[in-house]
Design a protein around this ligand. Sequence first.
Ligand code: T46
Length: 141
Amino acid sequence: MSMKFNSKLFSTITTQTIHDDGILSILEVGKQLPFAVKRVYTIDNCIPNLVRGRHAHKETCQAMFCLRGSVDLLLDNGVKKEIVRLIAPNIGVLIKPRIWHEMKNISRDALLLMFADRHYNENDYIRNYKDFLVFLKKDVR
Ligand code: T46
């Protein structure tokens, strides 16, 4: 399957929703989700004032949804930073590789659902911001 990412700092992903007696939200690989999913994880029950993330991935691409509550997601490509607030379960954010990201203002009830295109590999993480900037400079594609 050929999947292309656009060059913006981030793009949103909107689920297909079916409103009947409730709301059915749908994500299909190759449609709303631009990568084949290899890993799914959730984050919830975060203590107040917690900041999570604070890293970039070398190759992993992910999609973040906030199924309940809210979170501010900061995205940074080393030049430009943007914050997107996730407040609805049907609109997520594509987090491309080589993007520094931080989750802030995570509400106590927040339930984050993450999709990743790779299995977990700590070597794929850049957890130091200076190392991230160096990585961006030396790894030009
Ligand atoms: C990300 C943001 C949005 C695993 O062993 N397997 C996994 O699949 C994951 C996701 C984590 N871990 C271990 C690694 C650490 O020892 O769980 C521990 C906590 O992970 P971390 O500090 O990276 O958690 P966050 O919330 O800062 O970051 C997570 C993801 O790790 C990361 O890829 O992009 O959510």
